[in-house]
Design a binder for this molecule. Structure first.
Ligand code: PEP
Ligand code: MN
Length: 361
C-alpha cells in the first residue's frame, strides 16, 4: 500500500515528510524526531548519502545512519524516508527497513542511474518518490516515473523541489510552477508533494511556498527540520527547528477542490467567461501584431535589411517593461512575454524572406 496518496477529499490530511537534510549523529536524529509533532508529520526523512556540489563537503554518514533511522521508527513511530542514488543504496535501504525511498534531483537527470535504481527496486511494494530533475525538463521527470512503472513498481509519488537557474532569483531553485502543473496534468494519478525547503534555500519564504502548494492542491509537503538548524552540516540556512515547523504547518490553510455553494459556482462561471473573452482578445491582438510584423518583413526584404535589429528590440523591451510596471506586471513576466512574441515575429519574417528567396532561385 502506498504511504503517499492522492488527496481525494478536503477531509484528507496532507501528507507531511519532515526531518533533517542529513543524518549526522544518533543524538541529532532522536532529538529532532522527539520534537516533531506526530499529529502533523507521518514520515521522518534523513539524507544518508549526500550529493554535494563541491568535494570536501559533508557527504553523509552512510550505512550507520540507517540504524539510527530504525531507532527513530521504533521510538517515535514515524515511517522513514531516505534518498537513494544507486543500486547499492537501494539494497542497504531495503535491508534496513526504510519505508520510502526517494530519487534526488541530481539523480533524476540521469536515465542510466534511474534505470539502475528501477531494476534494483523491481516489483517492490515500497513507496518510491521521484524528485523533479535539476533542469526544467518535464519529459525527464515523467521518464523516470515510467522507468519505475515499467519495473512493476506501483506505489510511486513525485516531489516538486524547483529547478536550477544560472541567473540568481529570490529562490534557490526556481519553482516554475507550470512544469509541476503539466506533470499533474500528464500523470493525474501520481500524488505530488512540494519541497519548499529546497525551493527557498533559506528559512524565509518556506511558509509562503508551502501555502502556495496547498492553494494548488498538492498532496503534501517535504520540509527539512533539524534540532539545531544553525549547526546543521548541510543546508543549514534552509532548515527550521521542529517547533518552527509545527508553527508553519499549523498556519497553513488546506484548500478544497470545489464547493457546492450555488453563488460560488455562478460567480466562478461568470469570471471564467470573462477570462475566456479576455484570452480571445489577447490572441486577436497577437495575431494582428504578427500581420503587421509580416508587412515589415516584406519591407525589409525589398530593402535588403536584416530582420533582427538590436536597437529596436531594446527599445520595444524597455518600453514594455516601463508600461508593465505601471500596470503592476513584473519585469520577469514582461521579459518572458516579449521574448516569446518577438521570437514568433522573427519566425514569421524569416518565413517571408525565405519564400521570396526560394521564388527568386
Ligand atoms: C535533499 O532532499 O536533501 C536533497 C538533496 O534534495 P534535492 O535532490 O532536491 O537537491
Ligand atoms: Mn537538503
Amino acid at each position: 500500500m502506498s504511504l503517499i496518496k492522492k488527496r481525494k477529499n478536503t477531509t484528507d490530511k496532507p501528507l507531511i515528510i519532515a526531518g533533517p537534510c542529513s543524518a549526522e549523529t544518533e543524538e541529532q536524529m532522536l532529538e529532532t524526531a522527539s520534537r516533531i509533532d506526530p499529529d502533523f508529520v507521518q514520515i521522518f526523512r534523513a539524507g544518508i548519502w549526500k550529493p554535494r556540489t563541491k568535494p570536501n563537503s559533508f557527504e553523509g554518514v552512510g550505512e550507520p545512519g540507517l540504524k539510527w533511522l530504525q531507532k527513530v521508527k521504533r521510538q517515535y513511530g514515524f515511517n522513514t524516508a531516505v534518498e537513494v542514488a544507486n543500486a547499492k543504496h537501494v539494497e542497504l535501504a531495503l535491508d534496513n527497513e526504510v519505508d520510502v525511498l526517494w530519487i534526488g534531483a541530481r539523480t533524476t537527470v540521469n536515465p542510466f542511474t534511474v534505470q539502475e535504481i528501477a531494476d534494483a527496486l523491481s516489483g517492490t511494494e515500497k513507496t518510491i518518490v521521484v524528485k523533479n530533475p535539476v533542469n526544467p525538463d518535464l519529459e525527464l521527470w515523467i521518464g523516470a516515473v515510467e522507468r519505475l512503472s515499467a519495473r512493476n513498481i506501483k506505489n510511486i509519488a513525485a516531489i516538486h523541489r524547483g529547478f536550477s537557474t544560472y541567473k540568481k532569483t529570490k529562490y534557490r531553485n526556481n519553482p516554475q510552477w507550470q512544469i509541476a502543473f503539466d506533470f499533474m496534468n500528464r500523470l493525474p494519478e501520481i500524488p505530488i508533494l512540494c519541497d519548499p525547503s529546497h525551493i527557498c534555500g533559506k528559512r524565509d519564504g518556506i511558509a509562503e511556498v508551502a501555502q502556495l502548494a496547498f492553494n494548488f492542491e498538492y498532496d503534501g509537503l517535504m520540509i527539512e527540520t533539524h534540532h539545531n538548524p544553525d549547526c546543521a552540516l548541510s543546508d543549514a540556512q534552509q532548515q527550521v527547528s521542529p517547533e518552527r515547523l509545527s508553527e508553519i504547518l499549523k498556519g497553513l490553510k488546506v484548500r478544497k477542490s470545489d464547493d457546492e455553494d450555488a453563488i460560488y459556482h455562478a460567480n466562478l462561471q461568470r469570471l471564467r467567461g470573462e477570462i475566456d473573452e479576455t484570452d480571445q482578445s489577447i490572441l486577436d491582438a497577437i495575431s494582428q501584431r504578427m500581420s503587421i510584423s509580416a508587412q515589415i518583413g516584406e519591407l525589409k526584404k525589398e530593402h535588403n535589411v536584416a530582420i533582427f535589429q538590436n536597437e529596436r528590440w531594446s527599445q520595444i523591451r524597455n518600453q514594455a517593461i516601463e508600461k508593465g510596471a505601471e500596470l503592476g506586471l513584473s519585469e520577469e513576466f514582461i521579459d518572458m512575454l516579449l521574448k516569446a512574441i518577438h521570437q514568433e515575429s522573427i519566425n514569421h519574417q524569416n518565413l517571408i524572406m525565405n519564400q521570396r528567396q526560394l521564388s527568386l532561385e
